[in-house]
Design a protein around this ligand. Structure first.
Ligand SMILES: C[S@@+](CC[C@H](N)C(=O)[O-])C[C@H]1O[C@@H](n2cnc3c(N)ncnc32)[C@H](O)[C@@H]1O
Length: 267
């Protein structure tokens, strides 16, 4: 492999210190970067053409085989580091063999939201990083057009969110928005807003998911906000026949997205 590799073996040298600072969480947050850990996420980021700026791999383990070819054409700084430095940078005792520093990208254009047959997931204050990551992964799996993170939802770049997307965050637009601005615009454009409520009388199986649809999922404790409930055209429920009071929001989102996909492609 012809790409030049910087060596990060000690934290004493000035250059090395500067590099280590780049990798520190506080610095990353200030500079609009985030960390992706592990072979799979780095691979997904490179394949998707994300703005990967630095890739650091464990000098003792070498460049993971899956990344060698991809890295030949990648426009990023390649660094080898000791396991100790890898551990310091990722804040764990058993660091992954590779991690990358990626520039945060914001989708400026909202075109994906308003496509003719759009299927969009809107998260209204979903707080758990694992839930948000899982919903993004399911939205990607069904080929949804975008995910909207309403204010009050967890940060997309929270390391746990990034990890649980399993790379799907690089596959579809994820738009942070104020729902008070976005939902009225969707209604104006003829998009149907489907809410989820444990009090709904309509089941998700009786609902017609064929038109342009935004699916609204609510907070883990309180469900949808009263504003969202006012704005939706209809609420649906996934029927529950046992004694569970509700489903986990990521599970519910996945079931609902798959019902939409079933009706659109397999009915
Ligand atoms: C744990 S639930 C919130 C429970 C809350 N106590 C309530 O009354 O809405 C979090 C979110 O998951 C989704 N959800 C959970 N169970 C559901 C079901 N059976 N049908 C439809 N959506 C569901 C909804 O989006 C809900 O806002």
């Amino acid at each position: 492999m012809s790409k030049s590799i910087l060596s990060l073996t000690s934290l004493q040298n000035d250059t090395v210190k500067a590099m280590a600072a780049l990798l520190e969480k506080k610095h990353r947050d200030r500079t609009g970067q985030f960390l992706i850990e592990g072979v799979h996420l780095v691979q997904e980021a490179l394949l998707a053409g994300a703005d990967v700026q630095t890739i650091v791999f464990d000098a003792e383990r070498g460049i993971p085989a899956e990344l060698k070819k991809l890295l030949q054409n990648a426009d990023c700084t390649l660094i080898e580091a000791t396991t100790g430095i890898m551990a310091k940078c990722t804040g764990t005792d058993s660091p992954p063999p590779v991690f990358g520093v990626v520039a945060k990208s914001r989708y400026e254009e909202a075109a994906a939201l308003f496509k003719a047959q759009s299927l969009v997931v809107v998260l209204d204050g979903v707080r758990d990083p694992g839930n948000v990551g899982t919903i993004i992964r399911s939205a990607d799996a069904v080929g949804a057009d975008a995910v909207v993170l309403g204010r009050g939802s967890v940060d997309l770049y929270n390391p746990k969110t990034v990890r649980s997307t399993m790379g799907s965050l690089f596959h579809l637009p994820i738009i942070e928005a104020d729902l008070a601005e976005l939902l009225p615009e969707a209604k104006k454009q003829g998009i149907r807003l489907v809410g989820t409520s444990l009090q709904a009388s309509a089941t998700c199986y009786g609902y017609d998911w064929s038109g342009p649809t935004w699916l609204l999922l609510g907070n883990e404790s309180n469900g949808l906000s009263s504003y969202s409930l006012e704005m939706v055209d209809e609420n649906v429920i996934i029927p529950m026949h046992g004694q569970s009071e509700s489903l986990n929001v990521a599970m519910a989102g996945t079931v609902l997205l798959y019902e939409a996909l079933r009706q659109r492609k397999y009915a």
